[in-house]
Design a protein around this ligand. Sequence first.
Ligand code: HEC
Length: 459
Amino acid sequence: MLSFVFPLLGRFHPVLVHLPIGILVFGLILIFLSKKQDKAFLPAIQLAFLLGSIGGVLACISGFLQYQFEGFSWDTVQFHLIFGVLTTAAGFFFYGKSKKTNDPSTLKWSSTALVGALLFTGHLGGTITHGEGYFTEVMPENLQSLFGGSPSYAQPLTLPEEGWEEMAYYEEVVQPILNSNCQSCHNPRNKKGGLDLSNKEALLKGGENGPVIDPHQFLKSSLISRMELPLDHEDHMPPSEKRQPQKEELQLLRLWLENEASFDLKLGAAKPEKKWLEPFFQREEISFYPTVSSAAVAEDSLAQLRKKGFYVEPIAQGSSLLKVSCINFPDFQDQNLGDLASLKGHIVYLDLSGTKVSDQILTKLKDFPLLTVLKLSHTQVKGANLESLNSLKNLKSLYINGISIAQADLEKLDKLPMLEKVFAYETGLFGNELPKKFKFKLEIGSYELPPIPSDTIVY
Ligand code: HEC
């Protein structure tokens, strides 16, 4: 019946540790206030060392109980515990010394070392409860690296509004979620519970209690199940006093596990609900588009276009830049581009996928100088005059999925100064050959080519 007493005493550890810290530091202050041969504070100094050391004993006992009853591993607590006992012993030693001396000022340097050891012990303890990086994570990045912290730990998940479907689910979604929520305690230098969550190999290896991903019951894996425990459950991860993951991060982790924790999966292929991605879209995406200072387009000119079947929206509230899609206008043909002519200085995103446009449209598109994203997938475009796009100095993403295009035509795109990504799935390009390298990143399904370093580009 009294079995709760010891665990309860253990829980007093965080309170009791402050006794030796406070009282011994006070003793040290009195020593430093004592001039040579000045005994005025001696009785108080002796009392401070005695009480501080007794406080140390209480802290050690309660700490040991907490270690026993709260499931801390020996690896985690060992140094803190050993230093705690040594510091307490040293406290008594100095108490003995203070009883023997007549001149407290002679104790200055040795007692400074004692308080140093005490603070170090306290820091080790703080690291157990708050995790490594408790101090560094609030510092600016350059200070963090000075103190040995790794700022990358805190990089939260971000998704581009354009092209998130193509992101590698594990590498670009799961790992960032683990990095920002778990890595401060589960990294190669600090493996709480024997677990490192900083890369694929370590993740597969698991922790003290074996794998954290269960290949028979993915959704019961301890990786996720410990995050789903009630916040006040002692096994809850991350520990309840730490920042908790957003519910959308949990959804995304769960969906990845549902897809058998595949390391090759693309985010789009897992069909996440859009609302789970919403919080991670980079709203400053606006800077993805060119900066112009023209007034927003009048609402009634937008309304007219909508009547014709276009989807038209400003890229952000009050912005003069427009996103246009013909998704509800499958009969759109080359000549219909004239309908958009009045807005050519505003359109940065144009989705013509699935419409009836042909190669002719490519020459007309040069009148849309701000185009940044252009989607021509599943159209009749063949790419014969793809070089006409070269005047689109702002073009960053081009989608030509599902159209049969020749490799030689694709090469013409290498002249586009801003082009970052070309999506060319189901184009039959390159067959089984390893494709040529381009300045832009080419996505053709089976291969993913990183852009070649710019120092090898011959202009
Ligand atoms: C503040 C430090 C801290 C953070 C942050 C943290 N953990 Fe832990 N984790 C621990 C400690 C300490 C243990 C060992 C004690 C235990 O098992 O409860 C542990 C153990 C685990 C274990 C059990 C490993 C084993 O084999 O016993 C899993 C799984 C785990 N953590 C997952 C996570 C996940 C997932 C996150 C991020 C969402 C996370 N942890 C964040 C401190 C932390």
